[in-house]
Design a protein around this ligand. Structure first.
Ligand code: RTP
Ligand code: MG
Length: 141
């Protein structure tokens, strides 16, 4: 299994719940390393650019509004099978369908306020990491 990088965002609802540390502990217990991290309050332009793939979807405006409603914690995770592993830790997009013990089951309120983001494939992971981090801000070890 290849060592991969994936982009993770702790969304405004989970930052407001003060569970950044608990979420980081789950990444680390699963063998994922945090190799870059930054807190930011995204502008509308940043959120629209990040979610550009969804811009024709009916939920796009709500998604951008939510992602700009408060600070987010953005990180690059590295490890074996990191993209799939992170999405397994997150659980289903809709917290009502998320398995017990996943982040969305434990911390999310709704499909909009769903606690976390994770890249869904190697190509999108590379694009999303580069969207938020310059090469010299990433510290693999
Ligand atoms: P994410 O990109 O945030 O990691 O979530 P995901 O892959 O599980 O879901 P995706 O299909 O990429 O959708 C991005 C975010 O848009 C919101 N959404 N709302 N109302 C709806 O039907 C709907 N569908 C998606 C969710 O907040 C989702 O995380
Ligand atoms: Mg997605």
């Amino acid at each position: 299994m290849a060592v991969e990088r994936t982009l993770s965002i702790i969304k405004p609802d989970a930052v407001a719940k003060n569970v950044i540390g608990e979420i980081y502990a789950r990444f680390e217990k699963a063998g994922l390393k945090i190799i870059a991290a930054r807190m930011a309050h995204l502008s509308r332009e940043q959120a629209e650019g990040f979610y550009a793939v969804h811009k024709e979807r009916p939920f796009f405006n709500d998604l951008v509004g939510f992602m700009t409603s408060g600070p987010v914690m953005i990180q690059v995770l590295e490890g074996e099978d990191a993209i799939r592993k992170n999405r397994e830790i997150m659980g289903a997009t809709n917290p009502k369908e998320a398995a017990a013990g996943t982040l969305r089951h434990d911390y999310a309120e709704s499909i909009d306020a769903n606690a976390c983001h994770g890249s869904d494939a190697p190509e999108t992971a590379a694009q999303e990491v580069a969207y938020f981090f310059a090469d010299d801000e990433i510290c693999p070890r």
